[in-house]
Write a protein that binds this ligand. Structure first.
Ligand code: ADP
Length: 458
């Protein structure tokens, strides 16, 4: 149970606050106590001094007998057991005294006090409940005048200590209860967030934590939590879509292969038909393998499993090589490939393989979507903080509603249904650009071609 209380923030706050209250009130008590003790001592000593002054005057005016009378009167007025006076001659023999036995008991006799000076002492005598505070003053003629009064400040202090103990106990109990209530209130926001998180964990992904007035920190936590939940739910949605698409895309070629195999078998086919069937199976299998590889590659790049080793590469060189590779395909369809690269090295830290794949995908798309006799412009320019590669074609362009999705996995525009592809090319382009801390965007008005712009930091 103790462990459970200490392990909760609420419990810890309560204990800390209670401890703090306790320590502060203890410190205040000690401070006041020291002050009171000092004050009471001062008062007693002042009283004793005043008494001595009075007696000295009485002795001067009324002689020894006058002093004796004054001793008796004073001691009776204050109480026989509460005040004691005596006068000793220079040899230490008592010549006048208020007469109590207490003086016989008294061990303390100031040995050497210079004339005109005084000395204080606090003495405990076993038959008295309280100690006595005594002043001894050496008079000018060598006589020693002593006055003592019961020092009962202990009684006052005792009652102060009792009052404080009760107050201390109350402070601890009430402070503890107050601290617990404050801590509970402070933690109520956290509890709400935890409950909401629990609902989300139980599968209710679409219910965000409501905004409230739970304090800035808790609200920030709730907002962060909602952002995270949105992202998680987005990722799950994306994952579902990917799985659907993968299943769909893999089923198509397999169905095709099965169809070809079935017709070949049932048609009592000749050797040529078997050959054609084998060619179809090989082509479809190749396509499947390449698609699966791209899916894996994308997943690995996104998850950070595939680390693209970075080295110094010349992007101009990579562009030239890619153009050379795609030139035959372009020429076949009478498409002009024009390249504009300033005569300067475009070195950057990058992954040669990855950048080649990026360019290949952009050029592949450009050639695929540009009609025969079209034109593709590839330009490479240097900017202040990086290089900008653009691949522009004069194909059909990209519709506004497609623009925000074409970089998603498996997304294929409506117009491209009749053109081969799997919707993974641009997703890979984006993933590679991101791994280079770069970006890719598309500009298109939806009819006059499209222009893909890749920015890579140098
Ligand atoms: P795929 O080309 O296999 O369909 P991509 O991811 O490379 O997949 O492209 C996604 C979609 O973006 C394409 O289906 C197409 O609709 C559109 N797209 C890409 N490049 C171009 C382009 N150069 N011109 C017009 N549309 C394009």
């Amino acid at each position: 149970m103790r462990k459970r209380i200490v392990s909760t923030v609420c419990g810890r706050l309560t204990l800390s606050y209670t401890l703090l209250f306790g320590l502060l009130s203890l410190a205040a008590f000690v401070l006041v106590y020291v002050h009171i003790v000092g004050d009471l001592n001062q008062q007693t000593d002042d009283r004793l001094r005043a008494t001595i002054r009075e007696f000295t005057k009485t002795r001067e005016d009324g002689g020894l007998s006058g002093l004796q009378e004054e001793f008796d009167r004073e001691s009776t007025a204050a109480g026989k057991e509460r005040s004691f006076f005596r006068l000793l001659d220079p040899k230490g023999r008592p010549v006048a005294s208020s007469g109590q036995r207490v003086w016989q008991e008294l061990q303390w006799l100031p040995a050497r006090i210079p004339a005109g000076s005084e000395q204080f002492k606090r003495l405990r005598i076993h038959e008295l409940e309280y100690p006595i505070r005594i002043i001894a003053t050496r008079l000018e003629d060598g006589f020693l005048l002593q006055a003592g009064i019961i020092d009962d400040k202990d009684e006052v202090l005792e009652s102060y200590r009792e009052t404080f103990s009760t107050a201390f106990f109350l402070i601890l109990v009430l402070g503890g209860i107050g601290a617990y209530m404050i801590a509970r209130r402070a933690m109520s926001g956290v509890r709400e967030v935890t409950e909401a998180a629990g609902r989300i964990a139980a599968g209710d992904l679409d219910q965000p934590i409501s905004k409230g007035n739970r304090g800035e920190e808790i609200e920030a936590l709730a907002t962060m939590f909602n952002t995270m939940q949105k992202r998680v739910s987005g990722l799950i949605g994306e994952l579902k879509a990917v799985i659907n698409n993968v299943a769909h895309d893999l089923r198509m070629p397999i169905t095709r292969m099965r169809g070809v195999a079935e017709t070949t078998l049932t048609r009592n086919a000749n050797r040529e038909s078997y050959r054609n069937m084998a060619v179809t199976v090989i082509e479809e299998s190749d396509r499947l393998v390449s698609q699966i590889n791209t899916i894996l590659e994308l997943a690995e790049i996104d998850a950070g499993i595939r680390v693209l080793a970075m080295q110094k590469v010349d992007l101009a060189e990579i562009v030239r090589m890619a153009v050379e590779l795609y030139l035959p395909a372009a020429e076949e369809r009478d498409i002009t490939l024009s390249v504009q690269i300033d005569d300067q090295p475009y070195t950057l830290s990058g992954n040669q393989d990855g950048l080649q794949r990026l360019l290949a995908n952009l050029l592949d798309n450009a050639i695929k979507f540009t009609p025969d006799g079209g034109k593709i412009d590839i330009t490479l320019t240097a900017e202040k903080d990086g290089v900008v590669l653009s691949v522009a074609d004069n194909g059909p362009g990209i519709a506004k509603e497609d623009k925000e999705h074409i970089f998603d996995r498996f997304y294929r525009g409506d117009t491209s249904r009749s053109i081969s592809g799997n919707g993974l090319g641009l997703a890979l382009v984006k993933a590679i650009a991101r791994k280079h801390n770069g970006s890719v965007v598309v500009h298109s008005d939806g009819k006059n071609g499209s222009c893909f712009v890749v920015k890579l930091p140098q």
